[in-house]
Design a protein around this ligand. Structure first.
Ligand code: RIB
Ligand code: CA
Length: 327
């Protein structure tokens, strides 16, 4: 696969990740696409734990939703709640996309109980210090990850890497800023500067990965209550997205891409580039500034960018993952 004019060091990194199921901590703000990321992670990774962060909805909601999804899958994975607000920015949510609950559109069960812990940052630090080769997979604002790296700088050398959903060459909350980065730019700037292996799945990629009506139907026809619930969630998520865009056939299923980049790297076209985050711009705060220059003196790459995806194959993995847990 062509890596364009950039080095192809990314492939060995991600190939190693997929050699065996990657060991991960999923940090999320469920969120419809976060819920799908939990299903794919449960099916195709060694999912050590789920950390929650405020983002699509307030922390109590994203935590409740993560517990509900964990329960529906019947998996024994702890949920630890984390930051209820960004490092510096004022809290912002996305009720217009995910609904006030953060997971509107389906008849969901009550959570089986409270979170297993209320210190996701401490959980991330302890787990990465006691377990070799952990990938951090943040698919919401990067507050927890930034706090963990600040409290435990040794994590930068201990983790296998960070595979995140966020950023891109265009935005969805402003012309240039994608929600996860925009919600906490200071945290994102710290994560992009952490110095270890970093994989970014941004909007340029995720908009290629849409929950079209045909793909939702492939979930609807599966047996079991879980499949019916996820089909309903997809319908709600796609309705809000298609209604707000002039050229989408379904909601971009953003967050599973950050998991699939580790579990199924051959689905993706990759390239390396230098990416940093704008925190001060009046019009550009929360922008991922990607150095695409062909100038030899360009900044050295710090990030592997997933830039294309075999969407049909990727969605088949989502459908099979839901089928696996749907009884
Ligand atoms: O911009 C898309 C991202 O923001 C996704 O992670 C979605 O869940 C929301 O958090
Ligand atoms: Ca998310």
């Amino acid at each position: 696969r062509s890596l364009g004019w950039m080095s192809d060091t990314a492939t060995p990194l991600l190939e190693r990740a997929a050699a065996a199921p990657p060991t991960i901590i999923l940090d999320c703000d469920p969120g419809h696409d976060d819920a799908i990321a939990i299903v794919v992670a449960a099916r195709h990774t060694n999912l050590l734990g789920i950390a929650t962060v405020a983002g699509n909805a307030p922390l109590d909601r994203t935590t409740r939703n993560a517990i509900i999804v964990r329960d529906m899958l019947g998996i024994d994975v702890p949920v630890h709640s984390g930051a209820e607000r960004p490092l510096v920015a004022e809290p912002k949510h996305a009720g217009h996309i995910h609904g006030e609950s953060g997971l509107d559109g389906a008849d969901l069960p009550e959570p089986s109980g409270p979170a297993d812990g209320i210190d996701a940052v401490g959980y991330i630090i302890e787990t990465c210090r006691s377990t070799e080769g952990v990938w951090l997979v943040p698919v919401g604002p990067l507050t927890n990850i930034a706090l963990a790296l600040r409290s435990a700088p040794d994590l930068a050398r201990r983790v296998a890497g960070i595979s995140l959903m966020g950023g891109g060459s265009f935005g969805n909350r402003t012309a240039v800023a994608e929600f996860n980065i925009w919600a906490d730019p200071e945290a994102a700037a710290a994560v992009f500067a952490y110095g270890g292996p970093l994989v970014m799945s941004g909007l340029d990629l995720t908009h290629q990965f849409q929950a079209t009506p045909e793909r939702i139907e492939s979930i609807r026809v599966l047996p079991g209550r879980l499949a019916a619930t996820f089909a309903d969630l997809f319908v709600f998520f796609s309705r809000t997205y298609v209604g707000r865009h002039d050229s989408l056939r379904g909601a971009p299923v953003h967050d599973p891409c950050a998991v699939l980049a580790l579990s199924h790297p051959r689905l993706f076209g990759l390239r390396e580039a230098h990416v940093t985050v704008e925190t001060a711009g009046v019009h550009t705060r929360g922008m991922t500034v990607i150095d695409n220059r062909r100038l030899l003196e360009r900044s050295a790459p710090n990030c592997t960018i997933t830039e294309s995806v075999d969407a049909d194959a990727g969605f088949e993995i989502i459908t099979e993952s839901i089928a696996h847990f749907s009884r």
